[in-house]
Design a protein. Sequence first.
Length: 242
Amino acid sequence: MKLTVLGNTGPYPGPGGASSGYLFESQNTHIALDFGSGVLANLQQSLDFAKLDMIICSHLHSDHIADLFVLRYALQEKGLQLPLYVPFAPSLDLASLYYKEVFQLKKITDKLTLTQGHLNLTFKEMKHPFPDFATRITDGETTFLYTGDTCYTPELAEFATGVDVLLCDAAFLEDCETNKHLCVKEACEIATEAGVRTLILTHLAPFEEPDKYLQKGKKHFQGNLLVTEIGKTYDLKALADL
């Protein structure tokens, strides 16, 4: 199991950057998690988009889906269709994804369970202005969870229990009363409560230095702490074994 960072900022990319997007791979399975601005170009440095098995978008905010509107042209050119799992709200944003049937739209709910090859995927709704779902993936030995965007919710710590590697929204360096995102301290506290081995902070502000997130997080998390870097590939099993 490995994860490649294709984009890691929100709500917009910085110079030369890309907003939220990650490539999850295990054996012959290739899954894109979110597909924000700049992600398609970065994906093609690691994988031909035609080899994707599915895309899972945590929610329908533009910094998580923007490049879907470019990918649909690429799929059309190659005569391909691709399963796309998204929350079915808001309805106007969902409607914009329908384009010549290139995306096979599938609804994410708390009850959805997917089997893809040797992998099992489950979902849990988080707390965000748009419906947002965390995605948990396991091969029976290593378990990975991506939060999408969320502010604090007890549901996350519960869903993350037993997870080896947590890719977590940590948009704010400092504590901030908001219904949108976690701050670094909250992400670290949730990971600690859930017993996570490796915490990877993401959804960084494009105007902040990533090292600030790392230094802040080290004050609150005693496990293995990382901060996303575009183009970086993580061996999830190795991180789980630390």
